[in-house]
Design a protein. Structure first.
Length: 426
């Protein structure tokens, strides 16, 4: 028995709430179980409970054993003076507040159904990578769909908090936030930090002044990436970029990032940083790019043209001055889908919250459900286990469930795990 299960049982009322009594044999009637508190202090805040005919308003603390109250030093912490009921699995010691006032205790051991405990134990003892795999087939389809959608929105909410922090750093300039997020996600995982550092080294307002010149945009991006500092003779394109950048660098007092920061290890040539940088340049050159990202009237699929192709130089190069065989340089469907999922959708969702327009956030959720399911090393496992895999909304929900619940084995907090815990055993 661990506390996470008791938290779930108390929150959902998955026990015999009709016949519960305190250890002093006083009847208990739960009017409101309280708000689940994930921060310091009592586990459930603002509960309303009738104990022995007297209605109390306050907090509820939950432990496996009553003695945990003293082991956690709650008897010396004034934050717990508001506790009106101590809920435990096993009562082994009377508990008192700082003022030595006894706290009513509810021992749950005899009020929890064996099925609930058995289902939870089966989850916790599972050796499967996805502990709930054995019970997925028993969750009604409608309920499964409802959970997946809710978790995908929960993930968007979490991303929005990160974006609001970035917005504050950018002095509430949404254009700058968009630019930084676009740049970071062009680095994907391998070079995300380098792309982010590049974006921070040059403000979008300065890039915006030069969007009418393809040469200058390329010069700014490659120059600030630290890739135009060498002397390369006989490469006309490199020399043109270098000349343009040196002028702009002097004008704006720019300092490029260290080129050693770029990672090329274990990368396919198509993912080399120079190719991704060239693709970023073309992305930034899309007319009214950021305006379109923030405009709910523009469909996500219409923001970026499908035929974006970097400068022809990169069709025969993966790096400057190193010729290669001919290859494609356009942004692939998978990469573009990831940029929609990880950049455009979260930005539009967060912007809708920021400006107080629910329609914008609702459209963002809708567009996510229209995007292609993301196939990667995480989602493949869940697809095989029987999870929904219809759209990007489902793949985002799977990633959130994996990172937040499965990897840490917090089954009682997971909405999928909760469905299995409370279901009758098969």
């Amino acid at each position: 028995m661990i506390e996470e299960l008791l938290h779930y049982i108390w929150k959902t009322g998955s026990f015999d709430v009709v016949n519960i009594k305190t250890t002093e044999n006083q009847p208990i009637r739960i009017i409101n179980s309280g708000l689940w508190n994930h921060n310091a202090g009592p586990d459930f805040k603002q509960a309303i409970i009738d104990i022995g005919g007297v209605t109390w308003a306050g907090d509820v603390e939950i432990h496996v054993r009553s003695s945990d109250w003293f082991r956690h030093n709650h008897d010396k912490d004034n934050k717990y003076n508001s506790v009106i009921l101590h809920v435990v699995y096993e009562h082994d010691k009377d508990v008192f507040l700082c003022g030595r006032e006894a706290i009513p205790t509810l021992e749950l051991k005899n009020f929890i159904a064996d099925e609930t405990l058995n289902n939870y134990k089966k989850l916790k003892d599972s050796e499967l990578i996805i502990p709930c795999e054995f019970g997925l087939k028993d969750i009604p389809k409608e309920k499964f769909e409802e959970i997946m959608l809710a978790v995908s929105i929960e993930r968007l909410d979490r991303k929005s908090q990160v974006l609001f922090g970035e917005l504050k750093i950018c002095n509430y300039d949404w254009n700058e936030v968009c630019f930084r997020q676009i740049a970071r996600n062009f680095g994907f995982k391998t070079n995300a930090a380098a792309f982010e550092l590049l974006a921070q080294s040059v403000g979008y307002k300065q890039i915006e002044k030069h969007l009418t010149s393809r040469l200058q945009v390329y010069a700014i991006i490659f120059g600030q990436a630290g890739l135009l500092d060498d002397e390369i003779e006989g490469d006309a394109y490199y020399e043109a970029l270098q000349s343009e950048y040196n002028y702009l660098k002097y004008k704006y007092k720019w300092i490029p990032i260290d080129k050693k920061i770029w990672n090329k290890l274990r990368l396919r040539p198509a993912n080399f940083h120079c190719i991704r940088l060239a693709q970023l340049c073309e992305f930034l050159l899309v007319p009214d790019l950021i305006k379109s990202i923030l405009d709910v009237k523009v469909s996500v699929n219409d923001i970026v043209p499908k035929d974006l192709v970097p400068h022809s130089y990169w069709e025969m190069h993966y790096e400057f001055a190193k010729a290669s065989s001919s290859h494609k340089t356009n942004i692939g469907k998978t990469a573009l889908n990831l940029l929609y999922i990880n950049t455009i959708i979260p930005i539009r969702y967060s912007y809708g919250i920021y400006v107080g327009k629910p329609l914008v956030t609702e459209r963002a959720v809708l567009y996510q459900r229209e995007l292609q399911f993301e196939v990667n090393h995480i989602t493949r496992k869940y697809m095989a286990a029987g999870f929904l895999c219809r759209s990007a909304s489902d793949s985002q929900a799977i990633i959130e469930i994996s990172n937040k619940y499965c990897c840490t084995r917090k089954c009682a907090y997971c909405p999928i795990g909760q469905q299995i815990i409370k279901k009758p055993p098969t």
